[in-house]
Design a protein around this ligand. Structure first.
Ligand code: ADP
Ligand code: MG
Length: 619
């Protein structure tokens, strides 16, 4: 039989290798930014067009290259950063494999302009699909500019695999953040399609975090510091009350490289134990410095995992340092901020709600009327007398609104003079009022049907109801919006604001109303009817994080994801007591759905048990 093994031609081999380094435009961004940093640039500008699909360009004021080096830099395994294998254990640069430029050049149109400070003229090299097209002497500023155009032009399958612009741009911004957060002493700019997305002046870490994530971030930060033999640790965590329901800003940097580590993340979570609300995740920016020889750097350039020699010790140090940082902040906030400690609420009181004064003003009281005995209980149809001022005052304009809410929330208010306590929600009282539905374990709603009974999972059922409702709202664009009396201002990072802008139309069709977009905040003037003001922040957080994780392509899957997120965030949970009215409404609404039997996340919403089934159990 004839021999079958052939050596692949260079350009094919290069394309295959390129696929490993360059997965998407953001991979190019990462490599080019890292090269600029390795070249000791102090100013770095990133320009992208069409989320990097048309252009990724990085301009730096670093060391530049000679004409020979410039040409060599595109060869595979051409690097100035290591010369022997031992160097791998003393690595202080980002790159060392000499692969990135060769890989990028193999699958794009690249133009490099570069000049060393001491040279009078520089060089311009054009390369397409790995082939040098031209090399010219050029007048160019000190430093290097590399423009990567038409990525994957020669691998259509790869190009088709790219996601929508907003997804790709998000990946780019993520990479940009990671690099910018590690190098606060370097000035960074990012432009997309001609408009400035970020302009970050050289500063310290704290200010850099604030510039990236918005001006309100400063007050959220608690410093963390620790210096040991094994690791030098510095950085910040967010105060517990600013933790998010979704994984927000979580950054580990080891020797100025961004890494992901669920193990170390666990160390932080456990340091926050007892301080976070349910299902909330801490945010952190932690910088670890270890001896290069104690980590395995022989990792793939695109991978963000890392292997430490002594992971357990690092875990313990991290946990105790974060605990310590939080402790200091709790006990003595003055350490962290220039505030008069006398003005601080004592820690014990911080999370307590203010007591609502319960002064009673009887709007119906008429001194000239006969003494009419007032009813000792009412169900919300009369104006509650402990409510706002008398008739005629401006507050009474809103009395109706309050009343409506009261009907829902306090359907069994008893004595007007009674203290406002948890007893208003007394379930025992509710359970005696009707026999049609019944809540079991604060999880299931049981109700009878002709053939027996239905047991409904309250949370999943509500998800289904809301999901169909939102799908319809978004598609038909007929959602009702409730105006907020006072527009709500919420802070987000720049990239989150961009994402919100993209989702604006869909969000508005669910009932959201945005009145103003700033760089790092947004003003909300209306919300869907089933969203309460206090939920807005949580809903948008969840939404942003879902859209960051997932990658909706078509219009429909975007709508679908939006509806899923909203229903997931807004549905009643297991563990929530539901009153009769809500139970009945849930049952009716569920069975009015198109697909009542299954939740939007493909779980059964209810089971039935027929009289026959029951009979069998009694044999
Ligand atoms: P690596 O970074 O792993 O060495 P690259 O392919 O990214 O490999 O780059 C190859 C070489 O080109 C680098 O070692 C460096 O000498 C040079 N180089 C790349 N980008 C720049 C830049 N922006 N400024 C100066 N030199 C650069
Ligand atoms: Mg490199």
């Amino acid at each position: 039989m004839a021999d079958v093994i052939k050596l692949l031609p260079d350009h094919v081999a290069n394309q295959i290798a390129a696929g490993e380094v360059v997965q998407r435009p953001s991979s190019v961004v990462k490599e080019l930014l890292e090269n600029a940093i390795d070249a000791t640039a102090t100013e770095i500008k990133l320009i992208v067009k069409d989320a990097g699909k048309t252009l990724v360009q990085v301009i730096d004021n670093g060391a530049g290259m000679s004409a020979t080096d410039a040409r060599l830099s595109f060869e595979r395994h051409a690097t100035s950063k290591i010369t022997s294998a031992e160097d791998l254990f003393q690595l202080h640069t980002k790159g060392f494999r000499g692969e990135a430029l060769a890989s990028i050049a193999a699958i794009a149109h690249v133009e490099m302009n570069t000049r060393k400070e001491d040279d009078d003229v520089g060089v311009c090299i054009k390369i397409e699909g790995g082939k040098i097209i031209s090399q010219d002497v050029n007048v160019t500023p000190k430093g290097t500019s590399i423009a990567v155009k038409n990525l994957f032009f020669n691998i259509p399958a790869r190009r088709n695999f790219l996601k929508s612009d907003h997804v790709e741009l998000r990946h780019i911004i993520d990479e940009f953040h990671r690099v910018a957060l590690t190098h606060p002493d370097i000035q960074f700019e990012l432009y997309n399609n001609g408009s400035e997305v970020f302009s970050l002046p050289a500063t310290n870490i704290r200010q850099r975090i604030v510039h990236v994530f918005g001006s309100k971030t400063n007050e959220k930060l608690v410093p963390v510091e620790e210096d040991t033999e094994v690791v030098k640790l510095s950085g910040f965590v967010f105060k517990p009350e600013f933790s998010k329901k979704t994984r927000g800003e979580q950054f580990f940097f080891v020797n100025k490289r961004f890494i992901k580590s669920s193990y170390l993340n666990h160390a932080i979570s456990s340091a926050f134990e007892g301080l976070l609300k349910d299902q909330a995740h801490p945010s952190y920016f932690l910088y670890l410095d270890v001896k290069p020889s104690t980590i395995d750097i022989n990792i793939h350039p695109t991978k963000t995992e890392i292997k430490f020699d002594d992971e357990h010790t690092i875990y313990a140090i991290l946990r105790s340092a974060v605990k310590h940082g939080l402790g200091q902040f709790n006990v003595a906030p003055v350490l962290d901020f220039d505030r008069d400690p006398n003005l601080d609420t004592p820690y014990n009181y911080q999370d307590k709600k203010a007591d609502v004064p319960t002064i009673e003003v009887d709007a119906n009281f008429n001194p000239f009327e006969e003494d009419v005995k007032k009813p000792s209980s009412y169900s919300g149809f009369s104006t509650p007398s402990y409510k706002k001022g008398g008739a005629g005052s401006w507050e009474s304009l809103y009395a109706g609104l309050d009343e409506e809410q009261d009907q829902d929330d306090f359907s069994s208010i008893e004595l007007e003079s009674e203290e406002v306590t948890g007893s208003l929600f007394d379930e025992a009282a509710e359970e005696t009022t009707s026999a049609i539905t019944f809540q079991l374990q604060r999880k299931y709603i049981v109700t009878s049907i002709k053939s027996g009974m239905v047991i409904i999972d309250q949370s999943r059922a509500h998800q289904r109801v809301l999901y169909e409702q939102f799908l319809k709202d978004i598609t038909v664009k007929e959602a009702v919006s409730q105006q907020l009396l006072f527009p709500l201002n919420l802070n987000f990072s720049k990239s989150e604001i961009n994402l919100l802008k993209e989702l604006r139309e869909s969000l508005e069709s669910t009932g959201f109303m945005f009145s103003n977009f700033e760089d790092d905040s947004v003003e909300i003037s209306g919300v869907p009817v089933n969203v309460s003001e206090s939920e807005i922040g949580g809903v948008l957080d969840q939404l942003l994080s879902d859209f960051k994780e997932e990658v909706p392509e078509t219009g429909f899957s975007q709508t679908d994801l939006l509806a899923k997120t909203l229903c997931k965030t807004l549905s009643v949970r297991t563990g929530e007591p539901l009153n009769k009215v809500s139970q009945e409404a849930l049952v009716n609404n569920l069975f009015a759905c198109k697909e009542p039997h299954i939740s939007p996340f493909h779980r059964p919403t209810y089971v039935t048990m027929t009289a026959d089934d029951l009979d069998k159990k009694f044999i």
